[in-house]
Design a protein around this ligand. Structure first.
Ligand code: PHE
Ligand code: NA
Length: 456
């Protein structure tokens, strides 16, 4: 086990920026707007905020405490809490390995599309462009797929930058990078949102997003998706926050930090919702299309709907640069945090230095990502991996962690004291009740729900 002195953040603000950088990612930009729209619009804010306060913030505090108290990446932190739980930590590390390998690929696409924005190189048929010209998905099923050359170089660049930042360490690498990324991202977002809401038709988009459909509140599926969004969006259950908090000085206000990070993430999310739907409203009004038809999430939103809108917009090139540029920045700060979990775990376990760990571990993830995903098979794998991890991997890890910590080891009182000693905000009865009762019930329900829909 490592006996070097553990690295530390230079300032608490630096830690917060890195934590916000990890949380604010593709999920804020392309997942939240659509999930909110589908889940009752303005009415969705009710389950969303309840999920934030009954699961999001409490779990964030728990991860901060585990990292800060046991001072390690997930395997070591869990091992120090109780030896057999080490396996939980390795499960999270494995999830991070897989996610990092495909998250980088989506960032590489965004890098390419930032370039394509200049002069709208996707032409009149962005969907065809994405599938055939860019991803080179074979037109006929069963055809031998080719290696997608267009993605390889940007993907290599994404990995060189990521591993370069990680090689510089926590303070000089991760902290400094986020000090640039987050203000930059906030600026990009603000310009984008201002541009979007001043487009003709913007208000009809906002109307569609925010007009509340109160019947959604009685739909259990909407609640499941609100909790799912909160878990995904706050990057809870990956051990990322355990890792980042392990570089935090003892005696730091963890409860306050979780509140700041949680609110910052939600603010970025709501801002993105406004930007995305104002833009979709413009598309609906100027293109005479029903908003229903253009409102999607994920790859369809970012790489098909947005290119089409950008082509129809005055000064579209600039808008495209800002939009895809912010996807890149938001994605990079998340990718850095995922890879750091794996690197830190191997370092903690073997005691090897940072540079060899970045080269071996980071190199292995990068290689897997470069060899695997830019192929057609890789695309299907990406989809399958994403589905499995989001539906089961994270929820399972989260469920086991909360049950073990609150019921098997009965550690909550001790952990609560750790946080309360350093914070003006006391956790009170709220924290053990949410973690011990509400979170396990919700996570259990979510897993049952996705299993059931799988069978049906
Ligand atoms: N929380 C990120 C988002 O909202 C996603 C993410 C998942 C980031 C896992 C890091 C690790 O997009
Ligand atoms: Na997020």
């Amino acid at each position: 086990m490592a006996n070097q002195v553990r690295e530390q953040w230079a300032t608490r603000a630096g830690f917060l920026l890195a934590a916000i950088g990890s949380a604010v990612g593709l999920g804020n930009i392309w997942r939240f707007p659509y999930v909110a729209y589908e889940g009752g619009g303005g009415a969705f804010l009710v389950p969303y905020l309840i999920a934030l306060f009954t699961a999001g913030i409490p779990l964030l505090v728990l991860e901060y405490i585990l990292g800060n108290r046991y001072r390690g990446s997930p395997p070591i932190a869990f091992l120090r809490m109780s030896r057999p739980t080490q396996a939980l930590g390795w499960w999270q590390v494995a999830i991070c390995f897989v996610i990092a390998a495909y998250y980088a690929v989506v960032i590489a696409w965004a890098v390419r599309f930032t370039g394509f924005s200049i002069g709208q190189q996707w032409g009149d048929d962005p969907e065809g462009f994405l599938m055939q010209d860019f991803l080179q998905v074979a037109a006929e099923p069963g055809m031998v797929s080719s290696y997608v050359s267009g993605v390889v170089w940007p993907l290599i660049a994404v990995w060189v930058v990521t591993l370069g930042i990680l090689a510089l360490g926590v303070r000089r690498g991760i902290e400094r990078a986020n000090k640039i990324f987050i203000p930059l991202l906030a600026a990009l977002f603000l310009v984008l949102v201002v541009r979007a809401v001043t487009l003709p038709g913007a208000m009809s988009g906002l109307d569609a997003l925010f007009s509340p459909d109160w019947s959604a509140i009685t739909d259990s599926a909407v609640w499941v998706s609100a909790y799912g969004q909160i878990f995904f969006s706050l990057s809870i259950g990956f051990g990322i926050m355990i890792t980042y908090a392990s570089y935090l000085r003892r005696g730091t206000d963890l409860t306050g930090s979780a509140l700041v990070a949680g609110f910052a993430n939600s603010s970025f999310e709501i801002l993105a919702g406004i930007g995305v739907f104002a833009t979709l409203g413009f598309m609906a009004v100027t293109g005479g299309i029903a908003l229903d038809e253009v409102a999607t999430d994920g790859i369809g939103l970012a790489f098909v709907a947005f290119p089409e809108i950008i082509s129809n917009m005055p000064a579209g090139s600039l808008f495209g640069l800002l939009f895809f540029g912010s996807l890149v920045v938001a994605g990079m700060s998340s990718l850095i945090s995922i890879v750091q979990v794996v690197i830190a775990a191997v370092q903690d376990r073997t005691g090897i230095g940072r540079i060899p760990a970045v080269l071996c571990v980071g190199g292995a993830i990068a290689l897997a990502s470069i060899l695997l995903f830019p192929t057609e098979e890789g695309l299907y794998l990406l989809d399958a991996a994403d589905h499995f991890i989001n539906q089961y991997g994270i929820a399972l890890a989260g469920l086991v962690v909360v049950v073990v910590v609150s019921w098997v080891l009965r550690k909550l009182p001790e952990l609560q004291t750790h946080a309360d000693e350093a914070s003006a905000i006391r956790l009170g009865w709220w924290w053990p009740v949410t973690l011990g009762v509400i979170t396990p019930l919700v996570l259990g329900w979510m897993m049952w729900d996705s299993l059931r829909s799988e069978i049906a």
